[in-house]
Every structure is written in structure tokens, then in C-alpha cells.
Design a protein around this ligand. Sequence first.
Ligand SMILES: NC(=O)c1ccc[n+]([C@@H]2O[C@H](COP(=O)([O-])OP(=O)(O)OC[C@H]3O[C@@H](n4cnc5c(N)ncnc54)[C@H](O)[C@@H]3O)[C@@H](O)[C@H]2O)c1
Length: 413
Amino acid sequence: MDETIAIIGLGRVGLPLALVLAEAGAKVFGIDISAELLARLRLRQMPFLEAGCQALLERHLDVNFFPGAELAAAAEAGTVVITLGTPVDEHMNPIFSHVEVTTRRMLPFLRPGTLIILRSTVSPGTTEYLRRIIEKTSEFRVGRDLFIAFCPERIAEGRSLEEIPIIPQIVGALDPTSADRAGALFAQITKTILTTDARSAELAKLFCNMYRYIDFAIANEFMMIAQQHGREIYQILDLVNHDYKRGGLKQPGLTGGPCLYKDGFFLVSKTPYAELISTAWKINETVPAHLINLIKTVVPLDGAKVAILGLSFKKNIDDPRNSLSYKARKILHAEGADVYLNDPFVASDPLEKVLHRADVIFLATNHDQFRTLTLETIRTLAQKDAVICDIWNLFGTGRIIFTLDQILGPVPR
Ligand SMILES: NC(=O)c1ccc[n+]([C@@H]2O[C@H](COP(=O)([O-])OP(=O)(O)OC[C@H]3O[C@@H](n4cnc5c(N)ncnc54)[C@H](O)[C@@H]3O)[C@@H](O)[C@H]2O)c1
């Protein structure tokens, strides 16, 4: 790949992409304001877990991957990719200022002919808005002097290297030349390019995430309904899905993370009747409180010792952003419990210490490592009749709330 590319924002999306492009032969400037992140990269250390990226970093750092803090590096690039965070504020309104401010600041550095690729997840209409900013604040005309396309990232964290080459790349542009140029760039690292207009691409990305989020929400709602009827969802899940081609009901779980919890608000802010998305958020965000209410029916929480296992928002990764584990901790504290945290990928206390004499074990994340834990081991460390909350069915009991006694029988005297 004979290209010089600047990537602005070397987070979970930007850094793996930078390394994939470097591996494909591009000269890549990575731009980030985090001194801590840049220092880690200078030490040739990945700042987060992402399978295969450590080797790519070691191979390409200072060879064809050049991280730094200066936006001026964009001047050398024929393509600039924006992978900045797009969070929501305390009223769940999308915050777009990082992307907007960076676009305004980088404009003076850009050469005519530069292609800008917006890869952050954004509200519908944002690419058009960026064009307006560019054309109001510079002499550039999009489609003539500068080119712009929205090319969303759809990988699952931790699996970027595996998924970037195989997930069809949606390319949404405002003009044909921008579409062609962005498509040609991604065609060098991925198999299939799906070309469309920018707004359709923005909607497609958000619909992908919300479809999954609603899927998880209905699984969580069905769990709650089954419990009202004195039934466990896991038995019913099997009845629904077993050899049934129109099945596919997801299992319940804690559904948070930096994308799913907020991306719906990029859609609902202008659509008051988007109740399904808002309701999915309410259901998913309520799961920790719902489970804790159930635990309270078995054991008083005031003064109890509770072990939360799993802090990252999903299994086998080290990203705790917007993880519902922390919401559970907050609720448990309010109930008067002493809460201890363990996660094999996130800085926390050792498992043995966290389980020691615990009254309640709350399995918040379904890390594979927790599958090696047995109820017998827990009994040797925790209270003999500890209450387990296992929404993921990691112990395979098919029950979400149970005591060790109920599964293992009482401790022999
Ligand atoms: N994390 C995911 O799995 C995922 C998947 C698909 C899409 N997305 C979307 O991609 C975007 C980026 O997500 P992320 O998880 O990589 O975010 P992130 O917070 O991990 O990364 C953002 C990076 O930008 C840097 N940054 C902030 N302001 C900057 C500035 N002014 N100039 C240069 N760098 C700056 C930060 O230091 C950080 O390293 C978001 O819009 C997100 O919704 C994320």
C-alpha cells in the first residue's frame, strides 16, 4: 500500500487500524493527545489488550508507524482518519465537540486533495455537518479540494486483526470521488466494500449496534418475566432455541460498554417515538438492580461481603468503560454491603482475597477464566452457604440466583 495516512485518536479503534494499515505497507502517523498512551507506545507496549497487535507494534514502530501528539503530522498525509471518542453528556446528549474541534484545528494543515475519513460513531447527518464546517471555515470545497467519507468501524474489541479483513466495510460519501477514494483505500485491507451515501452509512452503523442491544434487552426482559412465573430463563431458552431455525434468542447478561449503552442516543435525540431503543436502555441498565433485589430475597445485604467477579464490560477483554459491574457495586454499597472486585484483565484484588469469606458472589462478566472456577472451590474460600448470582450460567446450573447448599447440598458435619 503506497499511502501516507494520519490517524487521529489512537484508542481501541484507531490504534489497531493504524497497525493494520502499517502492516499493509502504508506510512502511518498516529496522533493522540494522551501523553500516557504515547509513552506506552514509545516503550513498544500496547496500552490495551488486542490480539496480535503487540507484535505489529513491535514490527512497525518507527518503521512505518509514527505516533505523536502533533496535529501538524496530518500535513504529510494523503488521508486523515478520525477515530476520536464520541461520548454522551450527563443528559445522554451526544458530544461531538472532539471531532468538530479537531476538524477545525487540522484544516490549516491539510493539503488540497486530502481524503478525510470519519470512523468515529456519530449521529446521522454528522458527515454533512463536517462538510459545512470545512466549507465555512476554509477555501476548500468538498468533492473538489477535499474529500470526505464516513467509514464506520464494526469490529468487536479484542478481535480487530481477525475482523478488519473480513467485515464488509461500509463507505458512505457525499460525492462519487470521495466514495471511490475511500473504497480504494479500504479495499487494500478488507474484502468487501459497500458503498452508499454518508447518512445511510451513519444510520447503518447505529442500527447494527442497536439491533444487538435490543436483542440483549429482550433476553433480559424474558429473564425477568420468567422469574415472575417462578421459572428460570435458561430452561426456556433451550426450549425456544433447540433445533428451531426461527429461534436465536440470546441469553441474558449485563450489557454495557462504551458503545452499546450510548449509541442509541445518537438515534433517539431527534425521534421522540423511538421507544424501543430507549426501553432497551432502561431494561439493560436495570439488570444489576434487578439481580440485587433478587439476592436480597435470599440474604440480607447490609453488612454482607459481596465479591464481584468481572469488571470489563464484556468477556475476555480489559475494557471497563461503562461496565455495569460498577453500577452493581454502587447499588450494593447503598445496600450496606462491603464490595470486593476481581477481574483477570482489569487492575483489582486477587480472586482468593475477594472470595475469602464472601457471603455473595456476583458474576458480572463471563470471562473464560471464570469457567475454571468451580462451586466446590468457592465453598472452600467463601461462606459455606454463599449465595451465587450467575446471570451468565457459567456454572451450568441453569439457575441465576442460588446458594451453594442448593446445588452442592449442605456441608457434611
Ligand atoms: N471501542 C469499540 O469497540 C468501538 C467499535 C466501533 C466504533 N467505536 C467508535 O469509535 C470511536 C472511538 O472509540 P474508541 O473506543 O477507540 O475511543 P477511545 O476513547 O478508546 O479512543 C479515543 C482516543 O482519542 C484520543 N483523543 C482524545 N481527544 C483527542 C484529540 N483532540 N486529538 C487527538 N487524540 C485525541 C484519546 O486520548 C484516545 O486515545 C467512538 O466514536 C466509538 O463510539 C468504538
